[in-house]
Design a protein around this ligand. Structure first.
Ligand code: GTP
Ligand code: MG
Length: 364
């Protein structure tokens, strides 16, 4: 099957230009992960979005011409569009119009394999799309299929709001039951020290999980390769044991409905004794990734719980001088390569010490 041909659109405001360009690069890799091909990227310099079209109407007409010329199937905006803007743009341009949030939801929908992940994604999709449906008879009749239209929640969008609300209620109930049973599981494992891996998507969490536990966790150079939490037992050569859990990755502009729906999955990150914030230090935007992780941890209510910043992929650094600077900026941080194993022993040693500290606190 031919790949879906995609055109990206971004607004360049006077402030934060560089960040916007990175964001567009990231959007391109999101589209690629979702199975699309980026044919062209259009930016418009403009400080305020147009209420009707987001970009200027003239620019929208220009896009229409490009769409025809390059046989584009889908136009993806980097910024969130209002439902009215989507309708106006689709009417004018004549192909499917979506934004970054639709692409993220679509990737999640494609990657959801287990029952829990499927429920979480469907719930997020329903909640995300609900405000975009205007009552009976005016259901979404979106143009075409492909990115932004897949997943368990989609076929149900053809029905009215009342039935969607019922479905949301039912799925929420199911998730509550799953969370309960996970809680019982956690209680059973009580006494064991628990470590959770968190961080931006593609930072190397699953690779680190494998390096720590010799587990076979799915690793891929794709965004959001992991949706389900996996927990493994690690036994250190000195006899101490701890559990390590790998979780779903984060990204900028992640729809809040998605974070909320993944509560069952992220609960482990909140409850753990220690969080390892895994950071791909070879990524040009890694400091922003740390901020994003910080923000999500804050939202989950565990910003101040014990954590270690773990700078990963140091094998890709051509100048290790940066490590010195980072040690000062992020006291207590560690440097590893989950791929080559460098720094893993030091990390294990650090965890070993923390296990003992926790025991002493309990005894004392
Ligand atoms: N060079 C190098 N590559 C690494 C390292 N750690 C991970 N990678 C690569 O980075 C990519 C992403 O790794 P994953 O472990 O899947 O990342 P993740 O954080 O689990 O990603 P999501 O599950 O998508 O959130 C893969 O191609 C890995 O092989 C490292 O230390 N060095
Ligand atoms: Mg992963």
């Amino acid at each position: 099957m031919a790949k879906e041909r995609v055109l990206l659109v971004g607004l360049l405001r006077r402030k934060g230009r560089e960040e916007k360009l990175h964001s567009l690069e990231e959007l391109a890799s999101l589209v690629k992960t979702a199975g699309g091909e980026v044919v062209e990227t259009i930016v418009q310099k403009r400080d305020r979005p147009d209420p009707a079209y987001f970009i200027g109407k003239g620019k929208a007409e220009e896009i229409k011409e490009l769409v025809e010329k390059h046989e584009i199937d889908t136009v993806v905006f980097d910024d969130p569009l209002t439902p009215a803007q989507v309708r106006n743009l689709e009417k004018l341009i004549g192909v499917k119009i979506i934004d970054r949030r639709d692409v993220i939801l679509d990737i999640f929908a494609q990657h959801a394999k287990t029952r829990t992940a499927k429920i979480e994604v469907e719930l997020a999709q329903l909640k995300f799309k609900l405000p975009r449906i205007y009552g009976r008879g005016e259901e979404l009749s979106r143009l075409g299929g492909g990115i932004g239209t897949r997943g368990p929640g989609e076929k149900k969008l053809e029905v009215d709001r009342r039935r969607i609300k019922e479905r949301i209620k039912k799925l929420t109930g199911e998730l509550k039951r799953i969370e309960k049973s996970r809680e019982i599981q956690r209680k059973r494992r009580k006494g064991l020290f628990r470590v959770a891996l968190v961080g931006y998507t593609n930072a190397g969490k699953s690779t680190l999980m494998n390096a720590l536990s010799h587990a076979d966790v799915y690793v891929d150079d794709k965004l959001f390769a992991t949706l389900d939490p996996t927990t493994r037992l690690v036994v250190l050569p000195t006899g101490e044991k701890f559990l390590v859990t790998d979780t779903v990755g984060f990204i900028r502009n992640i729809p809040p409905q998605l974070v909320a729906s993944f509560h069952a999955t992220l609960e482990e990150a909140v409850e753990a004794d220690l969080r390892l914030w895994v950071v791909d230090v070879s990524h040009p935007e890694f400091e922003r990734h740390i901020k994003e992780t910080e923000r999500i941890m804050e939202n989950l209510g565990c910003r101040d719980k014990p954590y270690i910043i773990v700078f990963n992929k140091i094998d890709l650094l051509w100048d290790r001088g940066i490590m010195e600077r980072l040690s000062h900026l992020y006291p207590g941080c560690m440097f590893i390569s989950a791929k080559t194993g460098e720094g893993i022993e030091e990390l294990k040693e650090k965890i070993r010490k923390l296990i003992h500290e926790k025991k002493e606190v309990r005894v004392g």
